[in-house]
Design a protein around this ligand. Structure first.
Ligand SMILES: [Zn+2]
Length: 161
C-alpha cells in the first residue's frame, strides 16, 4: 500500500475550514472516518458541523484536491449524518487555533447547552469572564457575538452545539 490512514489524516491537516482558515477540518472534528481500500482508493467520511452548511461542497472538493496533490487519485468523500457533530469534537489544538484567531472556543459541555454557558464566555483578547452576550446570531450560523466589559472589545464565539 502506498499510503496509510495515518498519512491521509496527516495530509488532511491542510484542509481548513473555509470560514476559519487557521482551523483544519481534522481539528474541527469533521473528518469522522478514513479508510484505504486494497486498490488504493481512499474513502473519507465527513460529518458536517451544521446541517445545510453551504461550505460542505467546497470542503469536499478541497479534500480531493489536497489528497490528489499527495498522489491519491481515487477519493470518495461521503457526507455522513450517522453521528451528529457537536462542538466537543473540536480538538485542543483546534481550540487554541480558534483563540489565536480571536474567536472564543466553545466550552465543553454535557450535550445540554444551557443559556449560561453562552453568557459567561471567556474573552479571547484579555481572558476576562466579565462578558455579555450581545446576540446569539453572528455573521455566520456558527458564531455568536459578545462584548467584554474589561477590554471593551466585541468578540465572536464559535457557538457550542
Ligand atoms: Zn476582554
Amino acid at each position: 500500500m502506498a499510503y496509510t490512514e495515518e498519512e491521509i489524516r496527516h495530509w488532511l491537516e491542510e484542509v481548513k475550514d473555509p470560514e476559519i482558515p487557521v482551523l483544519s477540518l481534522n481539528d474541527l472534528g469533521v473528518i469522522t472516518g478514513i479508510s484505504v481500500l486494497e486498490n488504493g482508493k481512499v474513502k473519507v467520511e465527513m460529518t458536517p458541523t451544521f446541517v445545510g452548511c453551504p461550505a460542505i461542497d467546497y470542503m469536499k472538493s478541497d479534500v480531493k484536491e489536497v489528497l490528489a496533490k499527495h498522489g491519491v487519485e481515487e477519493v470518495e468523500v461521503r457526507v455522513s449524518f450517522d453521528t451528529q457533530w457537536n462542538s466537543n469534537m473540536i480538538s485542543e489544538k483546534g481550540r487554541q487555533a480558534l483563540k489565536d484567531f480571536g474567536l472564543a472556543p466553545p466550552p465543553k459541555h454535557n450535550l445540554i447547552v444551557e443559556l449560561d454557558i453562552l453568557e459567561e464566555v471567556e474573552c479571547p483578547n484579555c481572558g476576562s469572564h466579565n462578558t455579555d452576550l450581545k446576540t446569539p446570531f453572528g455573521p455566520t450560523l456558527c458564531r455568536s457575538i459578545h462584548h467584554c466589559f474589561d477590554c471593551k472589545e466585541t468578540f465572536e464565539q464559535f457557538k457550542p452545539i
